[in-house]
Structure formats: structure tokens, C-alpha cells
Design a protein around this ligand. Sequence first.
Ligand code: ARG
Length: 605
Amino acid sequence: GDETSTSASGSAQEPAAPGAGSVKQQISNLVALSLRATVPEVDVEPIVEVCTGKFGDYQCNNAMGLWSKVKGSGTSFKNPNAIGQAIAKNLPACDVIESASVAGPGFVNIVLSKSWVAKRIQDMLVNGIKTWAPILPVKRVVLDFSSPNIAKEMHVGHLRSTIIGDTLARMFEFSNVEVLRCNHVGDWGTQFGMLIEFLFEKFPNWEELGSQAIGDLQVFYKASKQRFDEDAEFKDRAQQAVVRLQGGEEKYRAAWKKICEISRNEFDQVYKLLDVQLEEKGESFYNPYIPQVLEKLSSQGLIEESEGARVIFIQGHQIPLIVVKRDGGFNYASTDLAALWYRLNVEKAEWIIYVTDVGQQQHFDMFFKAARMAGWLPDPKEKKFPKTSHVGFGLVLGADGKRFRTRSTEVVRLGDLLDEAKSRSKSELLQRLTENGKIVDWTDEELEQTSKAVGYGAVKYADLKNNRLTNYTFSFDQMLSDKGNTAVYLQYAHARICSIIRKSNMDVEELKVSGNISLAHPDERVLGLYLIRYAEIVEEACTNLLPSVLCEYLYNLSEMFTRFYTNCQVVGSPEEPSRLLLCEATAVVMRQCFQLLGITPVYKL
Ligand code: ARG
């Protein structure tokens, strides 16, 4: 049988190796066995949560729900509390659980065995953090993120999409899910007519031009737009150029390619700085698939004629989804329908995730519904996969509370933004090192690498730590502060642990194999328990598509470490070997969080 979790569509999940998956998952497996023994006549999923009270580490909340199912059916249980007692008693004997008690109407509080917690941490230290990967009920994900538009500005919204999308990809990849990182660039549309005509006009020798020659594409875009708006004759030519491009005329294809290439170079610079991998599959890629996809939808009777356009009416929406414009052209929605069809049928994705600002929510909502009407996606009540999700995010605001802009120019150059974060963190670092006389210990290379890691990390973390749906205010001062919930603070916390380990005369590598972790002190136990929650945190962040969950964990972890370090002497104490291992485990988990957040950890600060 499969007592783990819901399996992805069709593909039965392989049974997990013992000890694999998150702690919560393992407790759930034990609770499932107990439930089967307690109420064999009822088929019920275990409900296990981390404990908020002080009577346990995890709790099982099945008793109350079960009571309403079995009462009046001649059950021998007198009340929900009695069911709770039975669940506690029927938990299989094992080395995971130390004790279980029942509170109130039947909450079963489970206390984990200290030695099991210690062993799990030590196992991780020896065999690597990969052994703490959660098991997710999905094997293949398409993640559509970043997705800027060619020749238009790549704005901070695209930066958010890039940062959030990359973290989600990293979390899934860590969890052994195959991720197709798709850059759905806007490389097809009517703006190309005007861009191409403008290119012909301004650069008659455009074919020989290198990618730098045109200069700034955003400026180029603006100038061509102005020309388009002011000159009717140019506008006319631009509109014809679209037709000729879409008709596949050689010269127009070549010019289109050139413009895309220049844009691509600009985007790639940003991706390189951010260390983000993406596979470009722009709108143009799906263009050839649109007619056949619309044909299918049409034959299902989903597409209607409305005011000269071809549309899909969708329940709950006043305005229909337009899939063929009045001029016969395809649009954003028809492209997205074709792309979804491709991702489901060719790429065989089980979960397709789109990262854009919340402003596009209605678009996604509508074409997801259209796909459900066409039977491409199952009724979510019946099956979980394949499924689609829109990961929306709020605006980036400037200090003035308005949409973020830099200084005089109205666009924000992402490269400049990252540069500034780096140079600010560098001057702060230099100042501090000069003040405490440590500057002599640093090479230029180290200074450069560290300011880059701290500066870029700060930009990413400031974005990721918020609930993504809320707007956030972009402030260098705030994100580069070494106090509060910032990447800089966390970098310091991590570097401090590394320095504790360096200062000890013991060999941690040796200790990992020969030493023993004891969790005798309450603060050691709290830290140990929080460390082993790592897998379920990643699981939750993936399931709910919320990077902020991981940020919160990382911040809490560093606070718990501080409490432990304040109350438990490490270097020079009799407990030094065990406590050093706890330091090392904390550093490993923190580094892995950094890694998932796309932040380079620093070892000395
Ligand atoms: N290019 C779009 C924009 O800048 C985002 C594309 C998102 N992905 C998608 N499949 N619609 O707004």
C-alpha cells in the first residue's frame, strides 16, 4: 500500500526508503499505522502538525474529526479523547518517539526521542544535506519565470520574477524534482513591426552591426515608438512589417533575429550577475502550435465569434478570453494556451508554475479555466495533477511610496542596481575592517568576492523574505543593515559560527564520524529539533510556492543558535565535541538555505 502522500497523476510513487522524507512525513507514516489499528473501518489521512504548545514536538489532530465520523455507529469509543488515547497507544514501537500524551478533546502530543534527533543530525553531517530532501508528490515541473519582453524595459518586476522563480526552482531541484526553467520572453508581437522599420531607417547597414552598435535597446524602443506615434506613414510601414515578418519574409526574419539577439545579450548579463539559469523559449516558439490548438478547442465548441473576434466565454468572468483578435492575429492568451498545451503534452509537466506580478492574475485565472473546460486539467477536487499555479507578487516601491524608479531616469537598470548594492556593501566592509584593524588579513580578491556575495544577497533576500503578494519598499539602507531580518545579519551569523569552529582545536571532520551529539541542555534540544525541521520547511515552501517560509526559517534558526550559544559554552567546555557538531550542523543548514535562496555564503566577515 501507499501510506505516504498523494501520488502524481497515474505514476505510482515508489515507496520511500526508511528514514527518507521530512520528519513530519515520518511521524505521519507512524500515525497512519496507528490509525489503521485504531479505526480499521475508516479510511483517513493522518493530520500531523508541529506542536505549538510545550507538551510535545509534533501533534496528531485526527481524533476530533474521527469522532464525528464514528459516533452513533456503535463504536466502543466514548468520546474524542478516548480515540486520542487509542491513537497514542497504537503508535508502533520505534526509536523515533519517546512518548505520546493526550490533551483536551483528543490532541495527541508526541515527544521525539532525543537520541533519535541527535542521530538524524549526525547522519546528515556524515552523508550530506541531500539526505534531508523532502519527498514531493511530483516529478516534473515547468517553471515559467523572468520572462521579460524583447526591446522593452526589463524592469524590477522582472527582477522579482527572476529572483522568486530561481528560488522556487532551486527548492524543487533540491527535492529531486526535475525543473524546466522556462524563459517565456515576449519576442513576438506587433511592436516588432515598428522596431524593424526603425532599424532599417536608422541603420541601413544593420546586417553588419555587432550587438553593441545599436546601443541601448530601451532608448531605441522609445525612439521608434515616438516615430510610430507621430508619423502616419511610418506607422503604416510598421504595420505592414508585422505582416511580412509573420509571413516569414527573409529580410524581416533576419532583422527580428538581430533585435532579439541584442536583447538576449542584455538579459544574459543580468542572469549572469544573479547566477540564474534559464532556458529561453519565447512566445515565438509556440506560434506554430497556435492554429492546431485553437482548432481543437474550436471542435469542442469552446470558441465563439464575438464582435469580430474569436473568444472563449468563461464562467465568472464578464469579458471573454480573446484568442483571435479582430484583425485575425493571435495574442498573449492564444500563445499561453498553446504553451500550456505544449507543456502538458510534449514536455509532460505535472505542475506548471508561472511567476508574474499580481496584475496578471485575471489573465492566468481565465486561461486556466479555459484549459479545464477543454479537459486538459482535471477537476482539482478529483485529482491533484497535472495542475497550474500562478505565483503572483506585488510591486516594488521606492522610498516615496510610488513605483520604484532610480534617480533621474524613469527606468531601473538592473545591472546598476546590483552594482550599487555591491559597492555600498564594500565601503561598509572596508570601513569596519579599517576600524578594527583587520584589513591586513584581507586580499583584494576576498574583499571583492565578499562584497558581491553580501550585496547581491541583500537584494535577493529583501525581496524573498516578504510574503510575495505584498508590495515591498526597495531600500538599500534597510537591506544592507546588519541588524534585523536581513541577509547581511544572516551572513554575519553564519560567519560567526564558522569562526567558532575555526577557533576550536578540534577536528570537526573527525568528530562527525567519531563524536556523539547529546542534546542534554534544553537549548541544545530546541536547536536540534529546529534543525531537523529543515526538510518539512522546504516541503512547505514548495507546496505553497512561498520562498518567504524558508527565509523565516533561516532567520529563526540563527536566533535559536544565538540562544544556544549564549547559554551553552562551546569552546573549552566538557561538551565541546558535541556542541561543535551542533555548530557545524547549524552552519551546514544555513548554507543550504542560502544556496536555495541563491545567496553565496561567506565564511569570514
Ligand atoms: N512577458 C510577460 C511580461 O513581461 C510575462 C510572461 C509570463 N509568462 C507567461 N507564460 N504568460 O509581462
